[in-house]
Ligand binder design. Structure first.
Ligand SMILES: Cc1cc2nc3c(=O)[nH]c(=O)nc-3n(C[C@H](O)[C@H](O)[C@H](O)COP(=O)(O)OP(=O)(O)OC[C@H]3O[C@@H](n4cnc5c(N)ncnc54)[C@H](O)[C@@H]3O)c2cc1C
Length: 391
């Protein structure tokens, strides 16, 4: 029994694992560090539900809806503390706060105590802090889709649920649920790509060994000096030391552009379009200066795209908590900074060799061997960001 003909298209969304009535599917890590479904033939009664539920076995229109341009808004949260602790304009928190204030539940991605990225839920405003800021590693869904369903169907409670995840995770959740729920709001983000959790683990080990101390905090989108760009990676250690690393100079984030350790499905993503199956899409509004300079905020601006009438109603309810402006959708999606919404990543020709060396070389040697960006280019990139605010 195979769930998907071409396993390179499997994005690890967990829909098959979650739907299986026999508990016959386990999500197992492959040698590259990505989770894939593994069927226990002894438990499987070949009902075929997993195959039917896999979003990649559906047509593009079933996965993402019709190809049309959504309404788009530039958004900056009015609360400065929240804004400075968010990746861009704090749009996520704007929506999440409303859900919590209505007694609802918010699902998102956070670090666990081992610095792995997992999906989880929060029922308090304080609980939202762990979800803020992008984590550039594929999160583990685990049993979260089942938890979403439990909250949606909790008798007599009618609790609102906001689920935030990558476009493929939204595809997985919707496919698992099999029907619409009026108390569910789904939000995804423009997702460039998902790097390997194994490479991330090696990065954590590398820093802890080098420092001789455990990491106590890590954040990949830090606005040092209250500025959105350039952004920094912050690592705090148990010995009290802190390191701010410019994004382009960080060994993990700096090699992001090289496409060496992405999930294979990110090179052929089934969710690349302006329109989505979600209600709302969040993104960094890079290039806002070119489209609507009056909405630019040096502390960060989010792009919010609205795909459904529920999404629009929700946005209308929360928008006064932010500085917002409707912007031209065509211009927004024509801008070169929106390429990641529309096109998959090209695979590096060095990817195979990188993955063959993944267990052979320590993290720093692995990166130095395969990442070809010269020091001069990195300096140039940062000078561009610092002097001209161009990313
Ligand atoms: C892997 C990744 C790639 C991205 N690529 C792009 C891009 O190419 N272009 C672009 O414009 N924007 C991209 N984004 C989105 C962008 O970084 C911000 O999420 C967006 O600007 C919203 O900012 P905010 O201030 O509202 O969000 P924040 O307050 O920072 O909230 C972030 C939200 O994203 C969720 N989240 C964080 N990390 C993950 C993860 N690994 N998996 C699932 N959910 C997660 C959190 O739960 C939270 O709900 C990417 C995000 C991620 C995680």
């Amino acid at each position: 029994m195979t769930i998907i003909e071409n396993t390179n298209l499997c994005n690890g969304c967990h829909a098959c694992y979650s739907i299986c009535p026999d508990d016959a599917i386990a999500m197992k890590e492959n040698s590259e560090g990505f989770l894939f479904p593994n069927i226990n033939c002894g438990k499987c009664d070949e009902c075929g539900l997993c195959k039917k539920t896999c979003p990649m076995n559906k047509t593009q229109i079933e996965r993402t809806g019709e190809s049309k341009l959504p309404r788009t808004f530039a958004v900056t949260h009015k609360n400065e503390e929240i804004l400075l602790n968010s990746s861009s304009g704090g749009a996520f928190t704007l929506f999440a706060e409303q859900v919590i204030n209505e007694g609802g539940v918010v699902f998102g991605a956070r670090f666990n105590e081992n610095w792995e990225i997992i999906h989880d839920y929060a029922e308090t405003l304080e609980g939202l802090a762990a979800f803020r800021r992008s984590k550039y590693i594929q999160s583990r869904i685990g049993d979260v889709y089942k938890q979403v369903k439990n909250f949606l169907t909790e008798t007599n409670r009618n609790r609102k649920v906001l689920f935030v995840g990558s476009p493929c995770q939204i595809g997985g959740l919707k496919s698992y649920l099999q029907k619409d729920y009026e108390n569910l709001i789904c939000a995804d983000f423009i997702c460039a790509k998902m790097p390997s959790p194994k490479v991330w683990r090696k990065y954590i080990e590398y820093h802890e060994k080098k420092q001789g101390s455990k990491i106590t905090r890590i954040a990949q989108r830090v606005k040092k000096n209250h500025r959105w760009a350039p952004f920094y990676v912050l690592i705090s250690f148990a010995d009290g030391r802190q390191r701010y690393i410019l994004n382009n100079f960080d060994l993990f984030k700096g090699s992001w552009h090289d496409n060496l350790f992405l999930r294979k499905s990110c090179h052929n993503c089934g969710f690349k379009t302006a329109n989505r199956n979600s209600d709302i899409t969040f993104a960094d509004f890079w290039g806002i200066q070119d489209i609507a300079p009056e909405a630019y905020d040096s502390r960060g601006t989010s792009l919010v795209s609205v795909h459904s009438s529920e999404g629009q109603k929700f946005f209308d309810l929360v928008k006064y908590g932010a500085k917002f402006l409707e912007v031209n959708s065509e211009e927004t999606f024509r801008h070169h900074r929106r390429r990641n919404a529309l096109f998959s990543q090209t695979m590096s020709e060095r990817r195979t060799a990188f993955m063959e060396d993944i267990d052979r070389l320590p993290f720093d040697k692995l990166i130095k061997k395969y990442v070809k960006i010269s020091f001069i280019r990195k300096v140039y990139r940062n000078v561009k960001v610092v002097l001209f605010g161009i990313r």
